[in-house]
Design a protein around this ligand. Structure first.
Ligand code: NAI
Length: 289
């Protein structure tokens, strides 16, 4: 199968690695040449590390990388059987992209979005054939995280969700079918997880390192809410919170916080920018609980 991935950031690069590892021919596209080169180097380094650890052979790493083509030309998507988009979380930008992509790909090509929070129906609505549109939502980092939400829109043709679920399963993932509601399953549960943690911080009940420590050491979570928000990126995470809040008709349960909004406005996106709730500068001393 030939799969086109659009957006080569944190998610797109991971998705390209997952599908290339599964044996598919992959075209990875980004409008930003630097992002594309960074993604290619990142995937190569990730495959090499797996080979060094003995998890895959050096030949398998080379073959997997050989199945990947980096491109800035969407015209190369003309033989894709699935296009999976992981660009900026903005409805009109995603809609515009699919209007263009749909003109180039075969009629049978499945179109999918990795959106965290936008309605699948609203992206599908931009397409001439919305019945072939579906949400396939991975978690970060995609090569590691098992869970994938498969989200049919009201327009999606009968049977496509099950086909996509089986396909995702064949990639070694654990897909679940989710309804096209704001945040789907995990991001809906996650909003109060982040929101309450920030409220506890704002009310001065505990500092962020203590909250993260309590949830990881005592609560069994792999990452605490502040470390996780910094990992995801406040540009992405804040936008998702705004979108889920608006999509639930401004239900106060999902209200975003000014604390996170200010980090977002300042460009303190977390790990990717070197500073978020915590500092990731090489010489930074992390607060201890
Ligand atoms: P990112 O900011 O790391 O990467 C986005 C990439 O898309 C950038 O390289 C950018 O140059 C490119 N791009 C933007 N507009 C484009 C266009 N019109 N055509 C081609 N390339 C374009 O973002 P990230 O974190 O990878 O998120 C991407 C999508 O995945 C978003 O919809 C986000 O909500 C979703 N997502 C993010 C997760 C996360 O933890 N970061 C987890 C699951 C889903």
């Amino acid at each position: 199968m030939t799969i086109g991935i659009i957006g080569s950031g944190a998610m797109g690069a991971g998705l390209a690695q997952v599908v290339a590892t599964a044996g598919h021919t992959v075209r990875l596209l980004d409008q930003n040449a630097e992002a594309l080169q960074r993604a290619g180097a990142g995937i190569q380094s990730s495959l090499n590390k797996l080979a060094e650890k003995g998890k895959i052979t050096a030949d398998a790493a080379a073959e997997t990388f050989g199945r990947l083509r980096l491109t800035q030309d969407v015209g190369t998507f003309n033989d894709c059987e699935l296009v999976l988009e992981a660009i900026v979380e903005d409805l009109s930008v995603k809609q515009q992209l699919f209007r263009e992509v749909e003109m180039l790909v075969p009629d049978t090509c499945i179109l999918a979005s990795n959106t965290s929070s936008l309605s699948i129906a609203s992206i599908a609505a931009a397409c001439k054939k919305p019945e072939r549109f579906i949400g396939i939502h991975f978690f970060n980092p995609a090569p590691v995280m098992q869970l994938v939400e498969v989200i049919p829109a009201v327009q999606t043709r009968a049977g496509l969700a099950e086909e996509v679920r089986d396909l995702v399963h064949s990639w070694g993932k654990r897909p679940v079918l989710a309804k096209d509601t704001p945040g789907f399953i995990v991001n809906r549960v996650a909003r109060p997880f982040y929101g309450e943690a920030i409220r506890i911080l704002e009310e001065g009940l505990a500092d962020m390192a203590t909250i993260d420590w309590a949830l990881t050491e005592l609560g069994g979570f792999r990452m605490g809410p502040f470390a996780l928000m910094d990992f995801i990126g406040h540009d992405v995470n804040y936008r998702v919170t705004e979108s889920v809040f608006a999509s639930f008709f401004y239900d106060p349960r999902f209200k975003p916080s000014f604390t996170q909004k200010r980090l977002f406005e300042a460009g303190y996106y977390g790990r990717k920018s070197g500073r978020g709730f915590y500092s990731y500068a090489a010489d930074a001393i992390q607060p201890e609980p």
